[in-house]
Design a protein around this ligand. Structure first.
Ligand SMILES: C[S@@+](CC[C@H](N)C(=O)[O-])C[C@H]1O[C@@H](n2cnc3c(N)ncnc32)[C@H](O)[C@@H]1O
Length: 457
């Protein structure tokens, strides 16, 4: 079984990269930075600014719990209508009860995050520029946990088989890191398959990591799934039991940021990035260089996923060919590649499920490469507040559209029609009446539709 003594040489401080960290009674400690990294449900939380980052996630959890309470209230109001048909009443009651039960289940599961460790102020993570990306919500990949530990056997099995195939002719992983492990199923399955001495499963999302930690221990968990396109009335919300056999010793969950990996150089013979390379908010070559550093000299990088980059900078949205070339210029041999179609997120309760052609690659490390700067989530003008706010092209566009939108919204007085507003816009020389009327209609159509849309889990 892997002990703290085994783990210590792998870990490095995510603030100063120094190693080793020392184990205190209830935390890991960096003597150079004089920072304690707390332990959450047995997991080291190796964020550069642990208090602030956990505080940010705690804030997101509170927002999610509030949303579930509001959802239940909104459903209660709808249920007050005595003219509802019996089936509609049943559906609304089912959804309301599920929202309430799910609220309590999330609160209990995330109790280690809610309790203890007071949140540091926002200024701390501003100062250290490590705020978790806003598009990575607490529940963004929540459905993955149900696939991992309940209904996703086919997808889970095929994913492991692809990685097994690409490793087959090479040495088996002994010390493996799975970066962006989500709820942890692939990390667990690979750890078992290869019989690793140590597998570190890292993600920055505490909801997914608390699920992973429970599954690695062989617990069972009740959680609700809210399918995207429910097949039946009852499928609107389905209570599932997530469960697993206890994992072999040596499988270790770590809360941390892949952009500041808290590990010593050369700690692993294998780094796996499942569905991660294309979602990180940095140049893929910077991620490749960080992975290169974490690997021992003859180590291997295994990538898995659909390689669907969506950076604002089009130069970073690499094709497969560019990804191969980028890997080679990042100190690796030419990667071996398997392309294969697998089912993706096909919940039995949903009509919505995909097939994805995934790319599995394996690249052997050949030499060191220069390391990128430490990742910075926010620019100085936001952090220090002392530099002028730059007029970025996006801000310029936003300013113009907001001005027009604000003007249009100011025309709402409960009396004016669309035609009246179009005349006002013509009088203000913003648009001709003929142009303004359809433009106003589509603007209000969108707002109206947004006001009627339900936010789904
Ligand atoms: C597309 S999901 C894939 C999850 C998992 N590998 C799977 O296949 O289910 C991407 C994962 O990366 C994690 N992630 C995103 N940015 C991260 C970061 N900077 N550090 C650590 N994890 C990150 C997310 O929380 C999420 O679990």
């Amino acid at each position: 079984m892997i002990t703290d003594a085994d783990l210590a040489p792998l870990l490095a401080c995510p603030r100063c990269d120094r190693t080793p960290l020392t184990r205190k009674a209830d935390a890991w400690h960096c003597g150079a930075c004089r920072v304690d990294f707390p332990v959450l449900d047995g997991m080291p939380c190796l964020f550069a600014t642990p208090g602030a980052t956990l505080g940010e996630w705690r804030g997101r959890l509170h927002a999610e719990l509030r949303r579930l309470q509001q959802d239940a209230k909104r459903l209660d109001s709808a249920l007050a209508d005595t003219a509802l048909g019996a089936l509609t009443r049943r559906r609304l009651e089912h959804r309301r009860d599920a929202s309430r039960a799910h609220h309590d289940q999330l609160r209990d599961l995330l109790e280690p995050l809610l309790g203890g460790h007071p949140a540091a102020g926002a200024e701390t993570y501003l100062a250290l520029r490590t705020r978790p990306a806003l598009d990575q919500g607490l529940t963004t990949y929540y459905a993955n946990a149900h696939r991992d530990w309940c209904w996703g056997d086919e997808e889970n099995r095929l994913s492991v088989e692809l990685i097994e195939r690409i490793v087959a002719a090479h040495s088996r992983p002994r010390r493996m890191l799975v970066l962006g492990c989500g709820a942890g199923r692939l990390a667990r399955d690979l750890h078992e398959l290869f019989g690793c001495e140590a597998t570190v499963a890292l993600d920055f999302n505490p909801l997914l990591m608390l699920i992973a930690a429970r599954m690695f221990r062989g617990d069972a968990l009740s959680l609700h799934e809210f399918p995207i396109a429910p097949r039946t009335l009852e499928d609107q919300a389905v209570e599932r039991t997530l469960r697993a056999q206890p994992a072999r010793p040596g499988l270790l969950p770590v809360l941390g940021d892949a952009l500041r990996p808290p590990f010593a150089a050369g700690s692993f013979d294998t780094v796996v990035t499942p569905w991660l390379l294309d979602i990180l908010p940095e140049a893929p070559a910077a991620t490749a260089a960080r992975i290169n550093r974490l690997l021992e000299p003859e180590g291997q990088w295994i990538g898995f996923g659909s390689l669907s980059f969506s950076h604002a900078d089009p130069a970073l949205c690499l094709s497969l060919e560019e990804t191969e070339a980028m890997i080679e210029t990042s100190g690796f041999d030419k990667p071996e590649i398997i392309e294969a179609e697998i089912p993706y997120m096909c919940s039995p309760a949903s009509r919505h499920g995909r097939r994805e052609e995934v790319v599995t690659f394996r690249a052997a490390r050949r030499h060191d490469v220069a390391q990128p700067e430490r990742h910075v989530a926010l620019p100085d003008w936001l952090v220090t507040g002392k530099d002028p706010v730059p007029m970025l092209p996006h801000f310029q566009m936003q300013t113009l559209t907001s001005r027009v939108q604000l003007f249009i919204l100011s025309l709402i007085d409960g009396k004016r029609t669309l035609a009246d507003m179009a005349s006002t816009m013509e009088a203000q020389q913003l648009m001709t009446r003929a142009e303004a009327e359809p433009a106003l209609r589509s603007f209000f159509e969108r707002l109206y539709e947004e006001s009627r849309q339900e936010r789904r889990f």
